[in-house]
Design a protein around this ligand. Structure first.
Ligand code: GLN
Length: 307
């Protein structure tokens, strides 16, 4: 295990201060997060933890929350129902694309872009916005850790600027792909993006997926084993939006990014990796997090297509 700690320290040292990218600024809160922050963490399927850098710093989970809500929808509805309503295809377009809806009239394509994520929220069984939100928060905590919490500041920053997402929700609704009130789906989606999580707890979500649905730090089964493969397939196809193809080609691990600067990757059966640093590339993926995770995966020989 000394080898893992050394590999984490090396990948962090090599790329934690890499140049390039800019903080997201369409959400005011994200523009002000110190851009020099960086962290890398590994949680194994046995629950061992290795980290380097600002691994305790809690940042906005953003789009990585889409994986948790997808997981919850799969638990409640099963894979066939979720796939028929939300899709399982790469969009090849930015995460907030409206065009993806226009081009494909039969469904939103992927639960890991904004349109499909809001449709996923509306699929969760609940009789009020609060109940829906509580289930989603509980799922983020069960997959990661109880330390995950809503940030009133991030939420306020997003709820007062999320006009584009509200438009997507109404478009979905008009096409019949929101299974409830569209503004409630958008509100709860915005809240799920506004939780704070640190890099070790993010790696724990990835480790729970690596361990077939059992959170290796709490020891609790969170997901049915059969629901893990569909989640990893979606992550492989769309986890880094229009950067997903290049990521699959060069790294070969299912992963998910968020505009808060977080990134998690799963090595099935073995471990979860997470990295964080705010500056993003043009697709909305953290520049340094991608470099750190790619380096670590390469040094440890993890590529699903190279087993
Ligand atoms: N809350 C953000 C949004 O909906 C999340 C986007 C992301 O992380 N890619 O725009």
């Amino acid at each position: 295990m000394k080898e893992l700690q050394q590999a984490v320290a090396k990948a962090y040292a090599q790329h934690a201060q890499a140049h390039g990218g800019r903080n997201a600024d369409y959400i005011p809160y994200l523009a002000d997060v110190p851009p020099q922050l960086a962290a890398l963490a590994v949680v194994t399927a046995e629950g061992e933890v290795f980290s380097a850098g600002d691994a305790d710093f809690a940042f906005a989970i953003e789009s990585i929350s889409k994986v948790c809500t997808l997981a919850l929808a799969l638990e409640e509805k099963g894979a066939a129902a979720v796939r028929s309503k939300i899709g399982a295809s790469p969009t090849g377009l930015p995460f907030n694309s409206v065009m993806a809806l226009e081009l494909h009239h039969d469904k939103p394509l992927s639960p890991l872009v904004n349109a499909g994520a809001m449709a996923s929220v509306s699929l969760i069984e609940a009789d009020s916005a609060e109940a829906r939100w509580q289930k989603i928060l509980d799922c983020q905590r069960a997959l990661g850790s109880d330390a995950v919490q809503l940030s009133a500041e991030v939420n306020q920053s997003e709820q007062t600027t999320n006009f584009h997402n509200r438009a997507i929700a109404w478009l979905l609704y008009s096409a019949g792909f929101i299974y409830g009130d569209p503004m409630e789906a958008c509100d709860v989606y915005t809240r799920q993006c506004s939780t704070l999580i640190n890099t070790v707890d993010l790696a724990t979500i990835a480790a729970t997926l690596a361990a077939q649905g059992i959170n290796p730090r709490s020891g609790k089964r969170v997901l049915k084993a059969q629901n893990v493969a569909p989640i990893l397939a979606e992550m492989m196809m769309e986890g880094l939006y229009d950067g997903s193809g290049e990521w699959a080609y060069t790294v070969g691990l299912p992963a998910k990014s968020g505009v808060g600067g977080g990134l998690m990757a799963v090595v099935p059966g073995k471990l979860g990796i997470a990295a964080f640093s705010p500056p993003l590339d043009k697709h909305g993926n953290s520049v340094r997090a991608q470099k750190m995770v790619a380096q670590l995966a390469q040094d440890l020989g993890f590529n699903l297509f190279n087993a």
